[in-house]
Ligand binder design. Structure first.
Ligand SMILES: Cc1ncc(COP(=O)(O)O)c(C=O)c1O
Length: 383
């Protein structure tokens, strides 16, 4: 049996999304910037996609820019806002648990005289508005706080932070990559200036992201080209991807209730069985303010990497809380930000479920995990 429990890394493409995309690889391949009928039909399709997405997130269609990924959207927004607004100030606040695409974009700006400050989180991994209130200055131009953390699944008080930023004349960005379908957005009503999404995190295709820009004039474009996307992001429109991300977002929200119910029942069942059958475990992050698909668990006295590899051999795919990716084997800064002790930083596993998981898969996972933990603890040198 193969069990995929790494849905915060990427997700299976929904077959219905694949079906919707197929004609745009096959017969409807016109360049959406071309003036002929085949091109213009795709241009109209793209506009319809923006209208559908705008309805789902509560914004205006012409504020939607398609990108190649959320990494690109985050770079576009953080660096683009900085460049455009440098005359107003060079102070930027980002949460201390942002994804590297936000963190490193902000850190890159230090070379150009920007001051980047990290907003701390509490032991649940939540950004508190009171902290932000104390950190803003007259030269703060941007606050960036992710909607949902990718490692521990904590949900941030985005609406409150966005409202506060607006009142104080500061632009606000949220990386909402891990939030679909768990959060119902209303970008306009909440006063969100910039939002980033990535199709492959919600059963859409790889290679397509969304940047929502409430006012396109508030960024300096980074990717120059043929004038696509209102001159904000050059490059031939990825119509199959655009159709795919729209279909995936639509399915995620129209089927949200059933999907979340199934996922949360399975997640709770997984956590209950782990607690009942394995000693010395605890949940990282908030038990209350977290997405129902995420369990980030500390297994004391074992290396998370060892658990991951052992499960992988058994056909179960998870990720560690300590090494976010194969390219970066450093201990997780998110887990140290929420106060995990050094001894525990490398002993964590992130399970992230999806609408495709079943109870049989969860049973197989726990049966295997009990075995794995017992075996690894039997020869661990860590006491
Ligand atoms: C919170 C968050 N932001 C941004 C990204 C980057 O998304 P993409 O894979 O589309 O570049 C990820 C991917 O893991 C993520 O989890």
């Amino acid at each position: 049996m193969e069990v995929y429990l790494d849905n915060s890394a990427t997700t299976k493409l929904d077959p219905r999304v694949f079906e919707a995309m197929k004609p745009y690889f096959d017969s409807k391949y016109g360049n959406a910037s071309s003036i002929h009928k085949m091109g213009q039909e795709n241009n109209i399709k793209m506009i319809q996609c923006k209208e559908e997405i705008a309805k789902l997130i509560g914004g205006d269609p012409d504020c939607i820019i398609f990108t190649g990924s959320a990494t690109e959207a985050n770079n576009m927004i953080i660096k683009g806002v900085a460049k455009k607004n440098e005359d107003k100030g060079k102070h930027i606040l980002i949460s201390s648990i942002e994804h590297p695409s936000v963190k490193k974009s902000a850190e890159y700006l230090k070379k150009y005289g920007f001051e980047i400050e990290f907003i701390p989180v509490n032991s649940d991994g939540i950004v508190e508005l009171d902290k932000i209130k104390k950190m803003i200055r007259s030269d703060t131009i941007l606050i960036s706080v992710m909607t949902v953390n990718n490692e521990i699944g904590t949900i941030q008080p985005i609406e409150k932070i966005a409202t506060f930023a607006k009142k104080n004349g500061i632009l606000f960005h949220t990386d909402a990559v891990q939030a679909v379908p768990y959060i119902n957005f209303n970008v306009k009503a909440w006063g969100i200036d910039f939002l980033s999404l990535s199709a492959h995190k919600f059963n859409g295709p790889l290679g397509i992201g969304i940047a929502y820009l409430a006012d396109k004039r508030s960024i300096t474009p980074l990717i120059h080209g043929g004038g696509q996307e209102y001159n904000v992001r050059g490059g031939t429109y990825n119509i199959p991807g655009i159709v795919g991300v729209t279909e995936a977002l639509k399915l995620a929200y129209t089927e949200k209730e059933d999907a979340i119910k199934n996922v949360s029942e399975l997640t709770q069942y997984l956590w209950k069985r782990i607690q009942d059958e394995i000693d010395d475990v605890s949940l990282n992050g908030s038990s209350e303010h977290r997405t129902s698909n995420n369990l980030n668990i500390l297994f004391r006295r074992i290396e998370g990497e060892a658990i991951l590899m052992d499960l992988s051999v058994k056909g179960i795919y998870v990720s560690t809380g300590s090494a976010c990716s194969a390219e970066n084997l450093r201990a997780s800064s998110v887990l140290s930000e929420i106060g995990l002790k050094d001894n525990d930083l490398n002993s964590n596993i992130r399970f992230t479920l999806s609408k495709f998981n079943t109870k049989e898969e969860i049973d197989y996972t726990v049966d295997s995990l009990v075995d794995t933990v017992k075996r690894l603890r039997s020869f661990t040198p860590i006491k």
